[in-house]
Design a protein around this ligand. Structure first.
Ligand code: GTP
Ligand code: MG
Length: 441
């Protein structure tokens, strides 16, 4: 990231991070949350100068932090030449405004930082539109004279959400309308435009998904950076972007996965989850993540080498609940075991999740066992078919070999009597392919 900035001869945004440890929060939680915020800021291309955590019973309604702390920060801002203050908590629109007024620099909260990263990383049309929508909805109650930081920090928000662009759009001012009201009106218009565009894209996606429903669908889910894309690549020989960065993957991708008994299922890689994921975004990505809610099986990938592994599992479960996917059958995969020195640690997880598997997506440990478990799991959903195919039914025979397990073929004059095991849901597709058969029995 930094090289890019240097190459462009513009310095990265110099950020100062502020966390508040509220009444029911543990000091360690507040600290690890701030550590994650540091990674998020760096992922967004910023330089983190310093950070502070203030213990406070309840947030100050006007400034979130206490007045004393505010003065302290004011001094630091001048001293360190800070460009932006990033709060680990979410601020109300009024708090953001008040803080910007006193400090006279950009104030960003956790949600808007995550939105920026999503905006930088969204690649497909639907992801871009969803991020645009989330940004616009976030912006609407926060519009102020100072509110230009999204465009100033170069979120590259795919065009539609460029609030600054709307401002320069030369809208005609209605009688008695202030600049602020014009901005709000423009944003509302943009919101409905983006929503319409999204509906179109979603319709297309629904059609695609319907076609996939005849197959077994497996979705990878997990905390960001857990190793989902690395596993996806290892299992499907795909070369998707796997990076040591948060939110490397924004768009779900689906590929065929070959299992040992010659069975094929669909595997989807998805966006990583995060603690305190902005609810705007959860809502926006609900549509994209319908795969997850409809999957036959979720593979929940956990970075077992991460000290926060347990609370990351909880955070993922929370998002799954929000997506109405928590009840889906789930297999826990404890990844990155190559990084573990102490065997006692994974044992804790094994006790809690007896059906889980320990893997290393990077060096391949446990991946064959994983495929065996998957094949085994889905073979119990098979039914036995005995079918007489004519010699013109080559496609149907191919299909049986591809999706099922053929265990007997008997050539009888004009036809072949085939016995196979096949997931029940594939029967319809098989029937469509058997033009001349004397039928299934
Ligand atoms: N040592 C080790 N590193 C791994 C393993 N699996 C993944 N990694 C590394 O962990 C980092 C994150 O991997 P990704 O596959 O991008 O993680 P992800 O879950 O897809 O992340 P997001 O898409 O950001 O949610 C990369 O640097 C990987 O090389 C593993 O088994 N062992
Ligand atoms: Mg990924």
């Amino acid at each position: 990231m930094h090289e890019t900035y240097d190459a462009m001869n513009t310095a990265p945004t110099r950020a100062f991070l502020v966390g508040v440890k509220l009444k029911d929060e543990l000091q360690s939680d507040a600290e690890s949350s701030l550590e994650e915020l540091t990674r998020l800021a760096e992922t967004a291309g910023m330089e983190v100068l310093a950070e502070t955590v203030q213990p406070k019973e309840t947030p100050d309604p006007a400034y979130f932090i206490g007045r004393g702390k505010l003065e302290e920060i004011e001094a630091i801002v001048g001293e360190l030449k800070v460009d932006a203050i990033i709060f680990d908590n979410d601020l109300t629109p009024a708090q953001t405004r008040n803080l910007e007024k006193v400090l006279d620099i950009v104030v960003i909260d956790r949600t808007s930082l995550i939105l920026q990263i999503f905006a930088q990383r969204a690649q497909t049309k639907s992801a871009k539109l969803q991020v645009d929508l989330a940004q616009l909805q976030y912006a609407l109650p926060r519009l102020t004279r100072l509110w230009t930081h999204l465009s100033r920090l170069g979120t590259g928000a795919g065009g539609t959400a460029g609030v600054g662009a709307g401002r320069a759009g030369g809208a005609v001012r209605g009688p008695g309308e202030t600049q602020l009201q014009i901005d709000r009106r423009l944003i509302r218009t943009q919101i409905s435009r983006v929503k319409k565009a999204l509906q179109k894209v979603e319709k297309h996606r629904r059609i695609q998904r319907k076609q996939r429903q005849e197959m077994i669908n497996i979705s990878l889910v997990g905390y960001t950076n857990a190793g989902k894309s690395t596993l996806f690549n290892a299992l499907t020989d795909e070369h998707r972007l796997a990076e040591d960065k948060l939110f490397a993957t924004l768009d779900p991708t689906t590929r065929l996965l070959d299992l040992p008994d010659n069975r094929h299922v669909l595997l989807s890689d998805t966006v990583g989850f995060l603690k305190k994921l902005p609810h705007h975004l959860v809502a926006a990505f609900k549509a994209t993540l319908e795969e997850v809610a409809e999957a036959d099986l979720l593979l929940h990938v956990v970075d077992v080498s991460h000290p926060e592994a347990e609370s990351q599992i909880d955070a993922v479960d929370e998002v799954l609940k929000a997506l109405e996917a928590f009840e889906r059958p789930t297999l826990m995969l404890f990844n990155k075991i190559d990084l573990l020195e102490n065997e006692a640690y994974p044992q804790l997880f094994r006790n809690k999740y007896p059906d889980s598997l320990m893997i290393s997506a990077q060096d391949g440990t446990g991946l064959e066992a994983l495929k065996d478990v998957l094949a085994e799991r889905f073979s119990t959903q098979d039914i036995e078919v005995s079918i007489a195919l004519s010699y013109q039914d080559g496609k149907a025979l191919d299909y049986l070999y591809k999706h099922g397990e053929v265990f007997d073929t008997d050539y009888q004059g004009e036809s072949i009597q085939v016995k196979a095991k096949l997931p029940q849901r594939y029967l319809k597709a098989l029937e469509r392919l058997t033009t001349n058969s004397t039928g299934l029995n």
